[in-house]
Design a protein around this ligand. Structure first.
Ligand code: FES
Length: 208
């Protein structure tokens, strides 16, 4: 092995030559590219992990932006409860025979009742706690399924906890002679008081 003297005195320690001393080490290190000597090689799959993390971040950001955009759009479509109109036509007086007609109970919560001289519309809401009674044809009465109140054909209470008769809706004939009903304008009958629907001319129609 060739050595060089690090000093000038007789006790100086010989140092291996960088070019020819610890032979293979120094010379092979010098032969490597500069980057290979300073940077550790990337672990296998590290690039994939990085790519995967980027994908997760971008997915989260995109989802966040989409959610915010949808919430923004939601402001243009306010929650609205679409209910049937309170004013509607039910047909001509001649379309209704004597008794209780249930055709509009489901759609408008009313019964059209025809008596010998009058036609009127009962609003189907029990005056106890607001349930919708049923018309019992065989017993000729309305019966509330909640607490058992009973009403006669004219909607007057006669049994159970209901404190007063059921209300009646505003009725009139339009230019064509059809019956127009308005359930936003009700005539009621307070307990012990005078019934509005006996005196209010818009709570019934005269028929013959
Ligand atoms: S709600 Fe009709 S009897 Fe109670």
């Amino acid at each position: 092995m060739e050595t060089v003297n690090s000093g000038t005195g007789p006790g100086s320690t010989p140092v291996p030559s960088k070019t020819t001393g610890i032979a293979g080490v120094a010379s092979s290190d010098a032969a490597l590219p500069k980057t290979s000597r300073t940077t550790a090689p990337a672990a296998p799959g590290a690039a994939d992990v990085l790519k995967s993390r980027r994908r997760i971040v971008w997915t989260a950001v995109t989802a966040f932006l989409i959610t915010n955009f949808l919430m923004f759009l939601r402001f243009f479509f306010p929650r609205t409860l679409f209910e049937p109109s309170t004013k509607f036509r039910v047909g001509y007086p001649s379309d209704f025979g004597p008794g209780v007609d249930e055709r509009f109970k489901q759609s408008h919560r009313i019964w059209v009742v025809r008596r010998p001289d009058r036609l009127f519309v009962i609003y189907g809401k029990c005056t106890h706690l607001g349930c919708t009674p049923n018309w019992i044809e065989s017993e000729n009465k309305f019966k509330c399924p909640c607490h058992g109140s009973g009403y006669d054909m004219e909607g007057r209470n006669f049994e159970g906890p209901a404190p007063r008769p059921m209300d009646r809706a505003f009725v009139e004939l339009d230019a064509e002679g059809q019956i127009v009903v308005d359930t936003s304008r009700l005539s009621s009958c307070p307990p012990g008081g005078e019934c509005q629907f006996d005196t209010n001319p818009n709570s019934y129609l005269i028929v013959s």
